[in-house]
Design a protein. Structure first.
Length: 217
């Protein structure tokens, strides 16, 4: 919950029943019955009440996802989630298959993990993804390894997102290079973050990625 006038965070309401006092209520006045006496049964006296506070508030829904999957259009995010969790997201060989964020639950060694599959990482969706993923601890940036050499504005967006994640030391970030079965050599990426080349089709590199995701240390 944010104060709309200043856009400052008032409270992060996480659990059912959480409450917050956002404004002072008004105070009622006293009617003439409060001033009645034995000799004056209908006094023409009353006091005015006081108005309460008025505030503009912004309520923003932010689901409690543990792992957020982000990436450009057609990078293989949905296929990766299906391979890791056994979920059944919509998968097709064209961009923008996932148009809205989806949540998927996965149980690993008696622990529950919530994955969020976001809309494609394009300039118009960056702020929405930041808002929805505010509580997440792990961010996987999924890139199609066959498209790494193509020049586009994607690097600027990725840099912006890296800077956003770095502001919170509790969050971690890693890159996943998909579709490695289409490349003759193992792809590389110049970054200081962990990089996991994977092939969903051949199920290569998936176990190493799982070990990173589900390692609680």
């Amino acid at each position: 919950m944010y104060c709309g006038d200043e856009n400052t965070l008032l409270e992060d309401l996480v659990s059912a029943g959480d409450k917050i006092k956002v404004a002072e209520g008004g105070k009622g006045g006293k009617g003439n019955i409060n001033f009645a006496t034995s000799t004056n049964q209908a006094p023409r006296i009353a006091t005015e009440g006081k108005e309460g506070e008025t505030k503009n508030l912004n309520l923003i829904f932010s689901p409690k996802a543990d792992i957020v999957i982000i990436g450009p259009p057609n990078s293989g995010k949905s296929s990766l989630i299906a391979c890791i969790t056994g979920a059944s997201p919509k998968i097709a060989d064209y961009p923008f298959t996932t148009r809205n964020p989806h949540l998927w639950t996965h149980i690993h060694e008696f622990s529950r993990y919530i994955f969020m599959d976001t809309a494609p990482l394009i300039p118009e969706s960056v702020e929405l993804i930041k808002t929805l993923s505010r509580r997440a601890k792990t961010f996987l940036i999924v890139l199609d390894c066959t498209q790494l050499e193509k020049k586009n504005g994607g690097k600027i967006i990725l840099k912006e997102f890296e800077e956003y994640v770095e502001k919170d030391p509790r969050k971690r970030i890693a890159y996943v290079l998909t579709k490695t079965d289409k490349e003759k050599e193992n792809p590389t990426l110049a970054t200081r973050y962990p990089v996991f080349p994977v092939s969903v089709k051949e199920e290569e590199g998936i176990e190493e990625l799982k070990e990173f995701l589900f390692n609680k240390n």
